[in-house]
Write a protein that binds this ligand. Sequence first.
Ligand SMILES: *Cc1c(COP(=O)(O)O)cnc(C)c1O
Length: 438
Amino acid sequence: MASPHDYGAALDGARRLADDFLAGLRERAVIPRATPAPPGLPEGVGLEAAFAYLAEHVAPYLSASPGPRYLGFVTGGATPEALAADWLTSAWDQNVSNRVGSIAADLEAATLAAYAAQFGLAPSLQGRMVSGATAANLVSMATARQWAARTQGALPTVFAGSAHSSILKAMAITGIGRERLVPVATLPGRTAVDARALREALAAHAGPAVVVASAGEVNTGDFDDLQAMAPICREAGAWLHVDGAFGLFAAFDDALRPRLAGIDGADSVTVDFHKWLNVPYDSAAVYVSRPELQREVFAASSAYLGDDPDPLHYTPENSRRLRALAAWMVLAVRGREGIGRWVGDNCRQARTLARGLEALGMEVLNEIHLNIVAFALPASDAAARDAFLSRLHGTGEAFMTPTMLWGRPAIRAAFSNWSTTDADVERIVSAVGRALPA
Ligand SMILES: *Cc1c(COP(=O)(O)O)cnc(C)c1O
């Protein structure tokens, strides 16, 4: 029996379970073919029995979402060094709510600054770690609302070509309200905003305006033209928010980097680390040009808590873990070039998949701007698409998610895993072929 004071035994048990999962990750069914009723909780059974229970009742029913052929959502996995740093985050168990008595908050700030430089953000933007792009969009909308209140005493109207659903959630939480989103026309055959339509919409609008730009749109991987939008926003006196949850990692690839031209004109920026950087959940950053307004919203001063510049005054959370360590580790270990390699590979793999799908008679609906392929079965409705997806998932070889694009039931395949190989793409195309209607 392991002693309840023995870290070694507990970590060894976790290590064995993790090794088994990771060793089988490439070959296990990408999503389990069936999952049993939710597992119970065996109370007070001790360490060995608890691990044995997890091995038997939980581990077989996990998805291979950190693996190479999971193309749902935009998911990413975890590199070895990111996983190790994440374990260390828990072992060190530092609270980054404040800067008192630990170097942790400074390490986080240094990590955020290093990534800001990679992304090409204006040096005046101040970064904070949050749990995901949803939280980053929330902080951005809350700060933009404060800016609108301070400058014009009104709620802002939000203009966007293709805003992620989390922008609407953020608008609801912050009291801006979902109904204040004004859709702006997009370019033909694209999800990127028509800059001319944006200029006209802003010119016709009275009152504070927030423009939400996409750097990497979820259905097509498209980029709004930030270089055109930034001066339009500046002239109209609008706040420019850039949601670059995954697309900001285009900055790590020389060929893709120009898509982000103009990002230094953003007032706030969202980026996820747990997607394309391939660090474990949950990890993201928000960068804001007006931290003093951000602080007006999120400050939680009290006699026993410190004052500026403690991190707790800038995001919804107070206590939280040293989230930045895994992101620090990936950049430290691999550098810009190492990260750029899988970003570039994933984009090339998306193009290869698109060609393979077309050869199978599928219709690719988007230009492959980045890492995402949106496609449809010929002349199919949503039911036929869903039946195809369940046959595909039944092969255990790949996972993709349904969507609607330009009014059509479609399927998205998003590459964002550091370990995906060209051989994986061949396996995916072959599985799609087998899942097609007879
Ligand atoms: C994934 C995503 C989000 C939401 O991110 P979470 O990390 O799931 O909170 C927001 N915007 C875009 C563009 C995304 O791709």
